[in-house]
Design a protein. Structure first.
Lengths: 287, 187
């Protein structure tokens, strides 16, 4: 593609993202550009729009079209006990610390359709922590949060999920946690007792205070460095000193400029712990 | 220098061909190389370490947000797509599978074609599916050079056959000849 055309397309994308932000309040301007382009290309192909500007017009005047566009941007690829070694590390490294607290608050940021929230709820129950734990499960997409709350998943995934559960150190029969209903399974309602589902946008909304643990896996990879930095700051402000931050397997704090504020609990599973004191940070903030 | 980067994709049998190509590159190879070979979601890093020991260029797993550098080979990790931004930084994505695979070749080829344009070389190797055709066509449309492994040297020819049906590939060569050609083009 010629550079001139590329340049015009970049302008069109800027204008589209600006329009989405001003009209609907969803801010994708600091998402990684190559990812944004791929999602827009996909929607163009499917919707038959010939130009990005044409799509912008439809987004501005057709709320339902915007809903599908929003769906394109939320990557809801997830599993129960996704990356079993992560949950094993939580059982071994994090749970013993959580047990020392009288009550615990956990924030699942970007919970998508909720599979990883139910995984955590099961883990907490098996570790004897569910009575004193509260999980805040949030996503920016209201329809997705609704799905998470329902806790209904396709039955044909259960074989894989059961394998994940066992590899994660699960000690019971996985089938004890759900009941089959035609092509679906419904997770035990009592797992939701300590869970609060809510809309929250990491890009535009504020702090969730006094958390003992924040789980945000495979969300930051879609953000540019600037936005990653902002969101990590939001997590720092939401975490208690000594609180845990859990990122996706291929995510790191390396490019966020905040790595000095955490110590590493598990490098391979990307579990970090907010340092108790950091005078350097306080000085920087005062400036 | 005319070229800046090479993207290589493959599936069944692709790793053997990749090894032949990468071992042909000198330690001071002036291009950056990004590769996607279909691997199972729970495979380990064994292949990367093995290739790094065998090759004079540095072979490593691609990390999210790192900038590509000459003389380095970046391999897509299991369960993530590998993409290239126009600022030459890499991105890992957990988007759904493409062509039944994650990582898939098309996302790497398409984004590299848009980012690097005519300064890109695309190489498609052995494989028993159709991943990579769309990407190779995009590389050609954007002025880059396209190479496929000659079918008789592959373990599974479907991938290169699909690519040859999708665009008029510039070179059809054995892995040894691909290594020699890349060296000459960057020489």
């Amino acid at each position: 593609m010629e550079t001139d055309i590329q340049e015009s397309r970049d302008i069109e994308i800027d204008l589209l993202l600006e329009a989405v932000f001003r009209k609907y309040g969803h801010d994708f301007r600091d998402y990684i550009r190559v990812h944004v382009k791929r999602r827009i290309d996909h929607r163009m192909r499917v919707s038959g729009c010939n130009h990005i500007s044409e799509m912008q017009h439809r987004i501005l005047y057709d709320r339902r079209f915007f809903e599908t566009f929003l769906q394109d941007f939320s990557i809801n690829v997830t599993e129960l006990f996704r990356d079993p070694s992560f949950y094993l590390a939580v059982r071994r490294e994090v749970a013993p610390v959580l047990k020392t607290h009288p009550h615990i608050k956990i924030w699942h940021a970007g919970c998508a359709t909720g599979e990883e929230v139910y995984s955590m709820a099961i883990l907490l129950r098996e570790e004897g922590l569910s009575q004193k734990a509260r999980i805040y499960a949030t996503d920016y997409h209201p329809a997705v949060v609704q799905q998470a709350r329902a806790g209904i998943y396709p039955i044909d995934m259960m074989k894989e999920y059961t394998g994940n559960y066992q590899k994660s150190g699960g000690r019971r029969s996985f089938a004890d946690y759900y009941r089959a209903d035609y092509d679906s399974v419904i997770f035990d309602r009592s797992l939701r007792d300590g869970v609060i589902f809510a809309d929250h946008n990491l890009v535009t909304d504020g702090v969730f205070g006094d958390m003992h643990m924040i789980v945000c896996r495979n969300v930051l990879i879609y953000f540019n460095r600037n936005l990653q930095h902002r969101v990590i700051r939001l997590f720092i402000d939401s975490l208690l000193p000594g609180g845990f931050l859990c990122l996706g397997k291929k995510e790191s704090l390396r490019f966020t400029g905040c790595d000095h504020l955490f110590e590493t609990v598990s490098d391979s599973e990307k579990i970090f712990k907010k340092r108790l004191f950091d005078s350097g940070d306080r000085i920087r903030r005062d400036q | 220098m005319k070229y800046e980067a090479v993207v290589i994709g493959g599936s069944a049998g692709g790793l053997d061909a990749l090894e032949i190509i990468l071992t042909a590159l000198p330690a001071d190879f002036p291009g950056a190389v990004a590769t996607v070979i279909h691997i199972s979601p729970d495979s380990d890093n064994y292949m990367i370490g093995y290739l790094d020991r065998r090759c004079r260029v540095t072979v490593k797993e691609a990390e999210d947000k790192e900038m590509i550098q000459p003389g380095r080979v970046y391999m897509a990790p299991p369960n993530y797509h590998l993409l290239i931004n126009s600022d030459r930084s890499l991105m890992l994505s957990a988007e759904p599978r493409v062509n039944y695979s994650r990582p898939a070749v098309d996302p790497l080829f398409e984004t590299a074609a848009d980012a690097v344009g005519p300064r890109l070389i695309g190489v498609l190797l052995s494989g028993a599916n159709q991943d990579g055709s769309r990407g190779l066509r995009r590389i050609q449309e954007n002025g880059g050079l396209t190479i496929v492994q000659s079918p008789e040297t592959t373990r599974a020819p479907q991938m290169v056959q699909a690519a040859r049906a999708a665009c008029s590939v510039d070179h059809v060569l054995s892995p040894e000849a691909i290594g020699t050609l890349i060296n000459r083009l960057f020489g």
